[in-house]
Design a protein around this ligand. Structure first.
Ligand SMILES: [Zn+2]
Length: 493
């Protein structure tokens, strides 16, 4: 059995002014042909999930690798890189034929400059080559925005079951579904409902609150006879596209009525829970810093909700840093900043140099301007941090430097990389984050790498492209009415 393999993953923040290009993909992952399946130690890649599933089959599975392209979360793709991806995919598939199936690992919330539905466009490209009947199955991020075109071209799909995500797990299940379909053991029948709602990121963890309840319903449905996979999709809330919104998708074994009934029930449940998803936890920045300073012991994580690099923000916001300096924080405080100019300047100047820098704030957002500081370069580094997170086991930070500003330690880096969201970003400079009083994380959900040392997590209500105050974002293309941007008392799936 010959199975074509492709992975193209990017999460788009429509409100970021940064563009995702071929260079962005090359910074993260860009593998073609046999390099896609070469032995590697990317434990959480979608391709790896497929490989493990295929190895468990009792028949021979011959993988036909095409492309593995990963670009993390950032602003929209340029039209140019989307065309490159489509061309590589089409050419690779033409060369791969005949195949028995396509395993296509996707994120599901990518948009390009003039194409709001990147995954739909990629699936359409693939379908045009392989014909209407070839099974195509995709593992997807559960923050995906499911579109009509995606559903038209997919045979089956599996969304992440947890936030933080388990990419390997999702890919493994999707591969199992594809292989069973190709061998005729199952006949996927899919149904889906769009839900006209979005919510901020502060109730996104599946370990508690309304998100846990919604995902638990999916797991209960999973265990019913005839059900293959149930996937809730709480779309990431920074995607301003015409088909934006949450989705429920149910895949059954040849039973479209059952799929439709369960999908409807899942959609209704999300709507019923809607107000609970809108409970805020974040604090004003002034109060958050005050609380962190006053905390009795242990590390306080300060989540920079408006500048989440895992949500596609640039990672260059100085809002929290500014407040730390204003309050004259005199305990060890860690701040990451993506700032290629300052990173290069500090790297060139070298350890011991004293510099006057204009830190951060270069991406044009008016809430955040470059900030003049006097800093000493404590240490410099270049290249990859071996942090295993988000489908990768190493992140290229480019040139970076540890800056000392009083008791504060700021890591400036050329590229976003892992965005300070992993302790290794500091340990590579000989600094142990467990000894710090507070650390800014450029994420609103991925606190897991700091968990062993964290005494308290404070979400900080900061402005920016990934802010929790969704009402304030300049929405233009999202369908209306949309809860809670518009008053909506009633909705039926
Ligand atoms: Zn996600």
């Amino acid at each position: 059995m010959r199975i074509a393999l492709a992975e193209i993953r990017q999460e788009t923040c429509s409100f970021s002014t940064v563009r995702t290009t071929l260079d962005t993909f090359r910074q993260h992952r860009w593998l073609e042909g046999n390099a896609v399946i070469a032995p590697n130690d990317e434990p959480s890649s979608g391709i790896r999930g497929f490989q493990i599933a295929a190895a468990e089959e009792d028949a021979d599975v011959e993988p036909v690798p095409i492309l593995d392209a990963l670009a993390g979360a950032s602003g929209p793709l340029t039209d140019e890189i989307l065309q490159i991806l489509k061309d590589k995919l089409a050419a690779g598939l033409r060369q791969a034929l005949p195949v028995d199936g396509l395993f296509f690992s996707l994120h599901g919330a990518a948009a390009a400059e003039t194409e709001p539905d990147v995954e739909g466009a990629l699936l359409e490209t693939a379908r045009a080559v392989v014909g209407p009947d070839l099974p195509i199955v995709a593992p997807l991020d559960h923050h995906a925005n499911i579109t009509a075109r995606m559903m038209r071209h997919l045979t089956g799909l599996v969304g992440h079951r947890t936030q933080p995500h388990d990419g390997f797990d999702t890919a493994y299940l999707a591969a199992k579904l594809l292989l069973a379909t190709v061998r005729g053991r199952v006949r996927p029948a899919m149904a889906w409902h769009k839900i006209p709602m979005i919510t901020h990121q502060e109730q996104f963890l599946t370990s508690g609150g309304p998100m846990r309840e919604w995902f638990q319903m999916a797991r209960d449905f999973d265990s019913r006879p005839g059900v293959l996979h149930v996937s809730p999709f709480p779309m990431q809330p920074w995607l301003d596209v015409p088909e934006a919104g949450w989705t429920s998708v149910v895949v059954t074994d040849g039973d479209p009525q059952l799929a439709a009934a369960l999908s409807e029930e899942l959609a209704r449940k999300a709507w019923e829970l809607r107000e609970r998803f809108w409970v805020y936890e974040s604090l004003p920045v002034e109060e958050a810093i005050r609380r962190a300073v006053a905390a009795p012991s242990g590390l306080v994580v300060l989540s920079d909700t408006g500048d989440s690099v895992f949500g596609g923000a640039p990672g260059d916001s100085t809002v929290i840093l500014r407040e730390m300096l204003r309050q004259e924080v005199d305990q060890l405080a860690l701040v990451p900043l993506v700032d290629s100019r300052s990173a290069r300047a500090a790297y060139e100047a070298g350890p011991g140099a004293a510099l006057r820098l204009a830190l951060g704030g270069y991406q044009g957002a008016d809430h955040c301007l470059p900030m003049a500081v006097d800093a000493e370069v404590a240490a410099v580094a270049e290249g990859f941090v071996d942090a295993d997170a988000n489908y990768k086991r190493a992140f290229d930070m480019g040139r970076s430097a540890l800056l000392a500003i009083g008791a504060l330690r700021v890591v400036v880096s050329e590229y976003a990389g892992v965005g300070g969201n992993h302790p290794l970003v500091y340990r590579r400079f000989g600094l142990e984050p467990a000894e710090a009083k507070m650390a800014v994380l450029k994420t609103a959900s991925n606190f897991q790498h700091y968990r062993p040392m964290t005494a308290q997590i404070l979400r900080v209500n900061t402005p920016g492209p990934t802010m929790s105050a969704l009402h304030q974002l300049p929405w233009q293309r999202i369908p209306r009415p949309m809860y809670p941007l518009d008053p909506m008392d009633h909705w039926q799936p």
